[in-house]
Write a protein that binds this ligand. Structure first.
Ligand code: FES
Length: 107
């Protein structure tokens, strides 16, 4: 039995997967980037800038500007426009830079 590539693409596009953003359960389409999934759920603010605390979100959409940073499963500064959302991922907004001095001093 042969399965056409168009059928496979169609099946994956229609498959919904759950993920969390700041603790809220949301749904994404299989294969969507995190940024696309957030925007499809009406979320445009992905975090704030470190100095002025201004809202940040999708800007270049090709991995060059770093405006779309989010934390994924505890990993800070993930480019949401370049990373596919995974089922059950725990994503949180990026609230400035990590406190590196605190982390170094704790070890
Ligand atoms: S929007 Fe520019 S790097 Fe993601």
């Amino acid at each position: 039995m042969k399965i056409s590539p168009d059928k496979l693409v169609e099946d994956n596009q229609n498959k919904e997967i759950p993920f969390y953003f700041n603790g809220k359960l949301l749904k994404a389409k299989q294969g969507q980037t995190i940024a696309a999934a957030l925007m499809a759920n009406g979320i445009c603010k992905f975090g704030v800038s470190r100095k002025l605390q201004q809202p940040r979100g999708l800007f270049c959409a090709n991995g060059r500007c770093c405006s779309c940073f989010v934390s994924v499963n505890g990993l800070d500064h993930v480019l949401s426009c370049m990373t596919q959302v995974e089922a059950g991922a725990n994503i949180s907004s990026n609230e400035g830079d990590p406190n590196v001095r605190r982390e170094v001093n704790e070890n």
